[in-house]
Each structure stands twice: as C-alpha cells, then as structure tokens.
Design a binder for this molecule. Structure first.
Ligand code: HSE
Length: 440
C-alpha cells in the first residue's frame, strides 16, 4: 500500500523532531501502522527554516492553505500553537476532510467543543497526545488503557518549567524571582514565561484530561488557576520540615457534588512518588476504581519526546483511517451523545486540606485566639508548627511564624475564617494559604 501522506504546519522544534524520528524509525513505524507514513509537505512562514527541517524531497510552502487544499494529504499536523490562526487552519483542515494531529493544548482547552463537533460531523479524527505531558502517553492511557474504570481523580505535574523552578527553589533555598532568571538563562523558561508560571499551561492540560476522564465537555473557563509566582522559599522550607514538598499540581476529581478542576501549588507528602518528580520532568497519577492508583512519568516537552506523541497519533490515524467513523475511538473517550453534564464546581465548594502560615505577635493568647476561630468554623487542625521568634525575626524579635495544617475543609469556609484571622491585630502580615493533597 502506498504511504499515507501528511502535511505539517509549523517547522519548529517539535516538527524537526517529528521528521527525525519518522526517518530514523521508519521501518518499525511502517510495520506497526501497516503502511508507510510520509510528511510530503511543510508550511512555515520561514521557508528557509522549513527547508532545513524537512530535507530533500519534501515540498515547502509559506501558505498553510496550500497543504489543506492538496487532495493527496490525508493528515495535517498542526504545530503552530495559540488560538488565532491555528484555530482557523484546524477548522479548515477538518472541513477539507483531513484528519488532524495537534500539540496545541491552548487551542483544544478553549475551542475544543467547536473543534471536536466539527470533526465528528465530518467523520475525521483530531488526535492530541502531544498536547498533554509531551512524550507521556497519558491521553492514550486515560482514553483506552483505563477504559474499564470509573476514574475518581487525577493529579499531575504537567508543566516542566514550574517544576524546574520549584525544584531549584527547594534545593538551593532561593526565591522565585532569582530562580526564574536562572531558568530563563538556561533555556528552561521562555522569555515570556507567563503561561507557565501563572499555571495557564497546566490549566489547559488538566482541562483536557478532565474531559477525557469524566466524559464532560472541555471547560477551561471553569478551571480554577493559580501559579507559583507568590510562593516564598520560606514556605517550601516549612513544608519540608512538616514532611511535604510543594508542587504545582493540575487536579481533577469526581465528587458527589460535581467535578473539581483546579491548578495551584500544593503540599504533597514527601514520601509520595509524585513529590519526588524533580526538574523539568512531568508525572500524572490517575486513580481508577478498578485499577487503583497508577503513575505515568516522563519528559513533558522537548523535540523528540513530543514528536514521539505526534507520531503515535499518526500511527493511530493510519490504522483507523479506513475504519467506519462510528467504530473509531471517540475524541474525548466517551461517545459525543453520551457526554455527562456533571457541573464543574466553583472553587468555594472544593473540599481539601490546607497549610496556613500566619506571621503573628509572639504574645500570650495569640495561638488560642487563632485556633479558637478555626474551631468555631468547624475546621479541624492536623498539625501546628511554631518557630522561635529569634529564629524568624532575628534576636529579640517579637514576631513569629505560626504554621497550621488543617484537615479537610470547604474552601468557602476557609476563605471566611481567613478573613477573620487577617483582621486580628496580632496577625501582622498577609496570611499564606497553600492547599494540601495527601493523594492517598
Ligand atoms: N511549557 C511547557 C512546560 C511545555 O514547561 O512544561 C509545553 O506545554
């Protein structure tokens, strides 16, 4: 059978890796897919770069629409990124009857409903393994490997930039701004790192995993998102003393009230495998009712790791290309007419446990007042750590840090009691609140 023809939009780092891996492993890939897979056209505004990436024998164009218009192309790989022109081109490729492979998490998390509906109507596939956790086959695991399970929750380190920064802050005791600069110098963080450090990139990825895990529409606008920019080295140190590490987690959970969908820094017990995922690595823990807890670990970015996911999608599409559309694996794991309308919970209704740090006046009755207000709100304390005033504020200091770990509590209730605590004259600085996940 003649090779399936693929057009590539965007000849950057991942595109280059895709060419290299396809070429290097072409025989094995062909044996798996049942026929060869060839990228025959590449579109990039920088045609010189595209020519360098593609090598000889591949048609290079500056206009992506020339690929979409080519009837010989069956699959379009979108590696442009962003919500703008990428959305337009993906919709046009679908309308032209092409299958689409994309690494664009932002596009699918925000416009997924529109894109999947268009693909369903046209009977084409939209595959996005590369959009979540780079080379880790987490989409495949959630959509197919765990298909017997009622998935209860998943939690992941799904942004390498922030995990690198947090690892460095802990290892070296440095503050966020210093480590960010170093990460940019080493190429771990982009010149504009906003999407990574503010948790937006992780939010896109957890939104996609949540949809597949629970059979709900992609709803990035309902996700609660906090990044790591306000994290202090001090809290990383206190957490460590209490047996925890702080990680930026993407979390989604099924509860009786609805779906939790959130990204924020979290304390994780140091003994958990997830707490020991260091540097730019990614990992996702998934808990299913039948299988129990499973862990997926690997490189969440990079040229060949991401190409590994792109090519896995190319192989899947090549295998299913001639199958009846109704017999293919649904885009979001559940059939479109069997999606659930479980609501995504507002953050105030989320139940979790908390790390609180209060800078207080070191005087009689302060601890009693603080614990009294927590008790009145029905918030149970799990552990308390109080440092000597001298250690916190220098010799003769009259202030100290009071660190409290709570048991599970409703976020809305915690917000109310934090406002009361903050108003106490003996609470001297803004209270630090970091959520805590036992992941047991
Ligand atoms: N910027 C992402 C990260 C990789 O740091 O993990 C692409 O999503």
């Amino acid at each position: 059978m003649k090779p399936i023809q693929v057009g590539l939009l965007g000849a950057g780092t991942v595109g280059s890796g895709t060419f290299k891996v396809l070429l290097r492993n072409q025989e094995e890939i062909k044996r798996r897919a049942g026929r060869g897979i060839e990228i025959t056209m590449v579109a990039d505004l920088d045609t010189a770069r595209a020519r360098e990436v593609a090598g000889e024998g591949v048609k290079v164009v500056s206009d992506a629409r020339a690929i979409i218009a080519n009837p010989d192309i069956d699959i379009v790989i979108e590696l442009i990124g962003g919500y703008g022109i990428a959305r337009q081109l993906v919709l046009e490729a679908i309308a032209a009857g092409k299958h689409v492979v994309t690494a664009n998490k932002a596009l699918l998390a925000v416009h997924g409903t529109e894109i999947f509906a268009a693909a369903h109507a046209k009977g084409v596939m939209v595959a996005f393994e590369a959009a979540v956790a780079g080379g880790i086959p987490i989409i495949k695991a959630l959509r197919e490997g765990l298909t017997a399970n009622s998935i209860q929750w998943l939690a992941g380190i799904i942004n390498g930039t922030t995990n690198f920064i947090l690892s460095e802050m802990r290892d070296k005791g440095l503050d966020f701004a210093t480590v960010l600069k170093e990460a940019q110098r080493l190429g771990y963080a982009e010149a504009d790192p906003t999407f990574d450090i503010e948790g937006v990139d992780a939010g896109h990825k957890v939104t996609l995993m949540s949809a597949i895990a629970f059979g709900i529409p992609v709803q990035f606008d309902k996700a609660h998102i906090e990044g790591i920019t306000k994290l202090a080295a001090q809290d990383i140190k206190y957490a460590e003393q209490l047996g925890y590490r702080i990680k930026l987690l993407g979390i989604t959970k099924r509860t009786a009230q609805g779906i939790e969908l959130r990204v924020h820094p979290s304390l994780v017990p140091s003994k958990r495998l997830l707490a020991n995922v260091e540097g730019a690595m990614n990992a996702v823990v998934v808990h299913g009712d039948a299988v129990g807890t499973t862990l997926y670990y690997g490189k969440g970015a990079g040229s060949e790791p991401t190409a590994s996911a792109v090519i896995a999608d190319l192989v899947d599409i090549t295998r299913l290309h001639t199958a009846d559309a109704a017999h293919r694996v649904p885009h979001l794991a559940f059939h479109p007419d069997a999606m659930s309308d479980l609501k995504v919970l507002p953050m105030a209704e989320v139940v979790t446990s908390y790390y609180l740090r209060l800078r207080v006046a070191d005087q009689a009755g302060v601890l009693a007042k603080v614990t009294g207000l927590l008790a009145t709100a029905g918030i149970s304390i799990d552990a308390v750590l109080q440092r000597e005033a001298d250690e916190v504020g220098g010799e003769g200091s009259t202030q100290t840090d009071l660190i409290i770990l709570t048991h599970d509590a409703r976020e809305g209730t915690v917000n109310d009691v934090l406002a009361e605590l903050q108003a106490l004259p003996t609470v001297l600085q803004p209270i630090v609140r970091i959520r805590k996940e036992e992941l047991s």
